[in-house]
Design a protein around this ligand. Sequence first.
Ligand SMILES: *Cc1c(COP(=O)(O)O)cnc(C)c1O
Length: 238
Amino acid sequence: MFAIASNLQAILQRIEAATAAARRPAGSVALIAVSKTFPAAAIEAAHAAGQRAFGENYVQEALAKMAELEARRALTSGADRPLEWHMIGPIQSNKTRAIAEHFDWVHSVDRLAIAERLARHRPAHLAPLNLCLQVNISGEATKSGVAPEQLPALARAVSLLPGVRLRGLMGIPEPAPEPTRERSAFAALRVLRDVLREAQIGVDELSMGMSADLEPAILEGATMVRVGTALFGVRHAV
Ligand SMILES: *Cc1c(COP(=O)(O)O)cnc(C)c1O
């Protein structure tokens, strides 16, 4: 678990260096630690090293870890620094209730029906669920995400729902051999965000960049980077 603390410091330094290179204010990029496939003990180690926000892709796996951490945290001083949970994986409609009850953010909303279900299932005693719309920025047939042409209508409809708060956009560019192609996909997401803002749809966050490409993402305006491998190590198939 020593590696997690030193990996975390290395990632925070990468983020800081890229933020400075982009001439953006220090602290303007948040790290989401992507803990899918890793056990609750790994999350606990990252939390002990100062990390608060965690991203998970699979609902059942996430709920099991949340319950385990809750039980352990009752015994430790970690209880006064709560974890923040981000759902970043594809969403099945039969999982929206569990997501709305247990997560703080959802990055992977790509259709209105899912946003409506999340809004309906968000418990009234919790703050509105923070949503990002996942956009298909590389135009691949297989990847999830709303098509850029359909984004404005979706964003407007989601922004009117109670129980949820539209916060930003998320994108995963197609891996490209030339880094410039990936960087232009990040730039495209930023432009889409700015177009929505001009249309008075308040979206501030850009969730883009992972272990291998957080620097170009930050140069193009990422406000949240989602990092797994560089923090926890190589994932094994589940
Ligand atoms: C797994 C995953 C990540 C983390 O990827 P790494 O390359 O391990 O940093 C980020 N975003 C999403 C949506 C993921 O599924």
